[in-house]
Ligand binder design. Structure first.
Ligand code: PLP
Length: 224
């Protein structure tokens, strides 16, 4: 079941890439395992997934331990991270998707034993309920990260509004892509910013058309 879902999604990734003349190898599938247990997470890894994401500190730590026989798996943290929890998680993750404040950056700088690959989270739609830096503040925010040598801004991350049309999703994802390209063009040593983490179960095809390099998919992978 899980492997059928995976194959279907891989096919959809390929089809979406083909629509806009991109290579499927440009898109990394991150399996969001936050709503399933370690056994289902194990199944998706055995089916060929190399990247898993969690949004709770305790769950990520527990799963990583239970799946320690897969040291090759990359672990992504995609949730809001409280500063007091940075210490326990930051050296356990390969990618952090939700950098959205200088205070958080300071804490990461203090606690990280190595350079952490980070995505800056952008509130691209401006919804009051959403986390993330406002689009107009992203450049100055990233410039301010320059002194933090434990932070490498590899890209931008966003979520489209829940109840948006395909046209709206495309609009927001294009905006994130443009912003990413603008930052990449600054050639900042601490912020190569070559990646865009955007697209979930219900909108990843659109995100890929707009240039997503990382898609974060949970529900569509694990549904019965
Ligand atoms: C839960 C979650 C996802 C996956 O959402 P699905 O709709 O289940 O695919 C992706 N990104 C973030 C930040 C999430 O919290």
């Amino acid at each position: 079941m899980i492997s059928e879902n995976l194959h279907k999604i891989q096919q959809e990734i390929q089809d979406s890439c083909a629509l806009v003349s991109r290579k499927a190898s440009e898109v990394r599938l991150v399996a969001v395992t936050k709503s399933v247990d370690s056994e289902k997470t194990r199944k998706i890894i055995e089916a060929g997934v190399t990247d898993c994401a969690e949004n709770r500190v305790e769950k990520l730590l527990e799963k990583k331990q239970q799946l320690a026989d897969f040291p090759e798996v990359n672990w992504h943290f995609i949730g809001n991270l409280q500063r007091r929890k940075v210490k326990s998680i930051i050296n356990e993750v390969d990618y952090f998707h939700a950098l959205d404040s200088l205070k958080l950056a300071q804490e990461i700088q203090k606690r990280a034993a190595k350079t952490i690959a980070c995505f800056v989270e952008v509130n691209i739609s401006g919804e009051a309920s959403k986390q993330g830096i406002a689009p107009e503040d992203v450049v100055s925010f990233i410039e301010e990260l320059e002194p933090f040598d434990k932070i490498n801004v590899i890209g931008l991350m966003t979520m489209a509004p829940l109840a948006s049309s395909e046209a709206e999703q495309l609009h927001y994802f294009h905006q994130l892509k443009e912003l990413q390209e603008k930052i990449a063009a600054l050639h900042l040593a601490h912020a190569p910013c070559t990646e865009t983490s955007m697209g979930m179960s219900n909108d990843f095809a659109v995100a890929i058309q707009a240039g997503a390099t990382v898609v974060r998919i949970g529900t569509a992978l694990f549904q019965e």
